[in-house]
Design a protein around this ligand. Sequence first.
Ligand SMILES: Cc1cc2nc3c(=O)[nH]c(=O)nc-3n(C[C@H](O)[C@H](O)[C@H](O)COP(=O)(O)O)c2cc1C
Length: 359
Amino acid sequence: MKIGNLDIGKKLILAPMAEISDSSFRKTAKQFGAGLTFTQMVSASGVINNNFDTLRFLSFSRDEKPIGVQILGNDPAIISEAISEIKKFKPDLIDINCGCSVDKVLRNDMGSYLLTNPALLSQIIKKGAAAAGDIPLSVKLRLGKDRKNINIIENAKIAEDNGASLIAVHCRTSADSYETEPDWSWLRKVKESVNISVVGNGSVFTPRDAFDMIEQTGCDSVMVGRGAIGNPFLFTRYNSACENGEDTGQPDIGIAESVLLKHIELLKNEFGEDIALNKAKKQSIWYLQFYPGINSFLENVFSVRRIEDLNILVADHCKKVKDINSGGDNPAEIYQKFKKRILFWLEEENEKLVAGSTK
Ligand SMILES: Cc1cc2nc3c(=O)[nH]c(=O)nc-3n(C[C@H](O)[C@H](O)[C@H](O)COP(=O)(O)O)c2cc1C
């Protein structure tokens, strides 16, 4: 898929995810074959006010490229000023968040609120694209406010007419919870209505899901969020299936262990020991949830106080799993619990993000 001068081929894209799409995760996803990654959403006013957290969220290193920076806001002037600042970091893409449906974001008329205000959406994209200049602008949309008010076709056309080079469509409405099945069928209608690239998003957890989405809808590429958490192997598996026709499957626990330990090291370097510890615990759970024995890991992980001890716990746990292949728990059930917990963390972080934007 081409986006301006950028060509990511057939590869999958890592979705922007607050508190999760940090540099360590983006680097890991890229190493395992993601074609493009995004920063989590950063507040447009936080950018122009030099808010420390905002600037940290949008920073990336050269070896992460290609990368998109996603911004959150609702004032066309502030968004275009923020984009002029962000351009100095030389991202490959700048994305406007029109999909976040967290209460605090909606109450501030940001994120998926913009889906309901076509005049404002047009202005934001037009000014944003002008400020972005030769850096392509993308827009991340949902289907609409709720199932009775689906206006994705109108909003996709607004994006195209005002200068966006790409749209990513999360195939749920703002009112839908993650328990509601995404409606991929809208992707085909969007694809038939615009000439810019269309990226599909929503509940892609396996390489087969990604192939199905492309086959059923004709979308140009697929963006993966939750399916990549603790599972950068999804990108390799998909790429291998594209290139050799073979999905290599979930790797054995030895490989997951070494990738996880490297990921923890990246987190320590990115955030420092204190902040990295909690993030590393979450990552450990997310990586190991795919393997037997996760319940016993959960019993021990929360009391760990140092990264060094976490590394030992991970290594001991993986050794036990390898040795006795301990069963007894149900990965599918655990996985559902994790999804809910991820969303709980997201709520907390969005509170901080929106607070950052009003400083
Ligand atoms: C923890 C979490 C954080 C998210 N943060 C963002 C964000 O910062 N910006 C955004 O546009 N979408 C965000 N999303 C939505 C995802 O990008 C994606 O659209 C959604 O999860 C659907 O894709 P999936 O079914 O592959 O997870 C977030 C989702 C999750 C689970």
